[in-house]
Design a protein around this ligand. Structure first.
Ligand code: G3P
Length: 218
């Protein structure tokens, strides 16, 4: 399973990369805005320099020709850019063209298994089901991931499933159990994945025992 970080914050990306298991980055216009970025080109280049993995950069255009133009522009910023497009009819049409160009497309804002089926048929390299936002409106986000994994398995689609809108370690655990290819995880959740109170308690006990033994031989 690959781990991406879902952020546009350079310090968070550097920190996550230092852990040694960062496989890529996803951004979106809201995450860019949170960093005060209004023209994303230089910021995308800076992120791409921090990881060899794919960096999803989202287009703002909403009609197909403009999406294609903006997608090609974003892909030209660095070799590891994946063009992120919303899963609309216009986005699907742009995906087919960009995929023909040999570019990696991440179709985002996916809330149904049929949207994910269309993403694969359009040639998207990645599809991003938003589990947290589905949970927020009383649906089961992980059920969507399970359905997509089944459909892709049935037909051998190579589109990779990025579990997005991750809100808890449980989302990551259940995605791993379902065999999802990738989870894109906010930094605070990455921290929660590593932490366990019994680990902290164990470290403190080992250090205390060692200090006591060292004191005894003095
Ligand atoms: O990158 C897209 C996605 O992960 C957004 O998550 O928390 O805004 O629903 P969230």
């Amino acid at each position: 399973m690959k781990f991406f970080i879902d952020t546009a914050n350079l310090d968070e990306i550097k920190k996550a990369a230092s852990f040694g298991f960062l496989d890529g980055v996803t951004t979106n216009p809201s995450l860019m805005a949170r960093e005060g970025v209004s023209h994303q080109d230089d910021h995308i280049k800076a992120i791409c320099a921090l990881t060899a993995g794919p960096v999803s950069a989202e287009v703002l255009a909403t009609d197909t020709p403009a999406m294609i133009e903006e997608g090609r522009h974003l892909a030209g910023l660095a070799p590891n850019v994946a063009v992120k497009l919303p899963l609309t009819m216009e986005g699907l049409a742009a995906t087919s063209v960009l995929a023909e160009d040999g570019l990696k497309v991440n179709l985002t804002l996916v809330f149904s298994p049929l949207q994910a089926l269309l993403a694969a048929k359009a040639g998207a390299a990645f599809v991003s089901p938003f589990v947290g936002r589905l949970d927020d409106v009383g649906h089961d986000g992980l059920e969507l991931v399970e359905q997509i994994m089944t459909i892709y398995g049935n037909y051998g689609f190579e589109t990779e499933v990025i579990v997005a809108s991750v809100r808890s370690p449980q989302h990551v655990l259940k995605s791993a159990l379902l065999g999802a290819d990738i989870a894109t995880i906010p930094f605070n959740i990455i921290r929660q994945l590593a932490g366990h109170p019994l680990t902290d308690k164990g470290v403190a006990a080992f250090l205390a025992d060692h200090a006591q033994a060292a004191q005894a031989v003095k």
